[in-house]
Design a protein around this ligand. Structure first.
Ligand SMILES: [Ca+2]
Length: 406
């Protein structure tokens, strides 16, 4: 067969070059090379095999990085890993098996799918990889016998979108900043901390600091126009020497065209046309409680001031299920579901769970008198604290969904 070749530098003269090479194991040099010139574009006769013979795979690299994915779904496009030589060129003749695994397992997931694939033309494609736990900051690793391995870019796994569990917002703080938040009141008290040993997932978490005797401010994320049913959850950890009380998760109802209409309303009595608020709070006795502003709530003695109601002595009443203790010095998973009422009808409800166990429910609530109001703002609220020392809580993996994840 007539053979022409050139410098094999993939230059302009060799655009039509196809190389079919028969290699042995990946690290051995080519023993047989068949160079087919489809276009006869090369400059001169003769086969310069030196470049090909020197093309020995030495290391791996991720070609198609893993992208963000939902739990249980295949990462798409397919992750691919290439075998490269010392010049970072793809070793087309490499056909050995390449294996991927979880490098940084920020959410304690299991990697499913075909994890070992033989390379074709120096590339191994992994088309059905999936992970089972939502978290930020995952990385994959790739390995092959005799080659230096590779670590992928970081990616995020979000909860699966079952029809009723659409994810509205997920924040694991792995970006290292607070850019996902629309409002940051008293920002110096809210720090994204890098510490893999303390984070719930990945290597970052949020620290909310309470100055001695004062407020920790708040951080809010908007999701206008909003929804009629929302579940907000996060992981929260109090220090073992925590003292005092604080609000925790706050779901606001603002007007669908004005995210701010539910701000600055503490102490006011809502009429169901501009705003409502409902919190999960941790009072001084370390137990959990609702703290809700709603239409028809009881006023204070002056007849014009309203402070949030716990519900247990109000009408309609709430139900709490002991024990309601929030243990100190350990992570807890707090979930808060709110279902809005039909406008003008007292048929709204809310429930909360601590570490998966139902701790409170309250139904028969009228949050609104107009469909112009919806659940559309999540606030991490630190507005009250009864201590005389500076202290802080830490938070990670904030999740807002349309339905509760079972
Ligand atoms: Ca995190």
């Amino acid at each position: 067969m007539p053979v022409r070749s050139c410098t094999l530098d993939r230059g302009t003269n060799c655009r039509m070059l196809e190389i079919v090479s028969l290699y042995g194991a990946g690290k051995r040099p080519a023993t047989v090379l068949l160079v087919l010139l489809a276009g006869w574009g090369c400059a001169h006769d003769g086969l310069d095999v030196r470049a090909l013979q020197s093309q020995t795979a030495t290391h791996l690299a991720f070609e198609q990085q893993p992208t963000d994915v939902q739990t249980g779904a295949a990462i798409s496009p397919a992750v691919s890993v290439t075998a490269l030589d010392d010049s970072d060129d793809v070793v087309m003749g490499y056909t050995d098996a390449i294996t991927v695994a979880i490098g940084t397992n920020s959410g304690s997931s299991t990697l499913s799918g075909t994890r070992t694939v033989s390379a074709v033309n120096g590339v191994a494609a992994f088309s059905d990889l999936s992970l089972d736990n939502a978290a930020d900051g995952y990385q994959l690793s790739a390995s092959a016998p005799g080659l230096s391995g590779a670590t992928s870019a970081t990616f995020k796994v979000t909860p699966a979108n079952a029809a009723a569990v659409d994810t509205i917002f997920f924040e694991g703080f792995e970006s290292g900043d607070k850019s996902a938040w629309n409002d940051d009141y008293m920002p110096s008290e809210h720090a994204v901390v890098t510490d893999p040993t303390a984070a719930h997932s990945g290597s970052h978490y949020l620290r909310i600091q309470y100055p001695a005797g004062g407020s920790a401010g708040s951080m809010s994320h908007f999701f206008l126009p909003g929804y009629d049913t929302v579940t907000a959850s996060y992981w929260v950890r109090f220090p073992s020497d925590w003292q005092g009380y604080t609000k925790l998760l706050l779901l606001r109802g603002s007007l669908k065209d004005d995210a701010w209409s539910s701000f600055g309303v503490a102490g006011a009595c809502p009429d169901g046309t501009k705003w409502f608020l409902t919190n999960v709070v941790k009072p001084e006795d370390n137990t959990l409680s609702f703290y809700t502003y709603y239409v028809g709530m009881r006023t204070e003695a002056d007849g014009v001031t309203c402070w949030g109601r716990y519900g247990d002595t109000a009408s309609p009443p709430s139900s709490y299920y002991a024990p309601l203790d929030v243990s100190l010095g350990m992570w807890h998973h707090l979930e808060f579901e709110v279902i809005l009422n039909t406008p003008g009808v007292s048929n709204g409800s809310q429930r909360m769970w601590l570490d998966g166990t139902l701790k409170g429910e309250w139904s028969g609530i009228r949050f609104r008198n107009t469909s112009s109001l919806a659940l559309n703002v999540l606030t991490l609220e630190g507005s009250v604290n009864g201590t005389q020392k500076t202290e802080s809580i830490i938070v990670d993996d904030v999740l807002v969904t349309r339905g509760r994840r079972q």
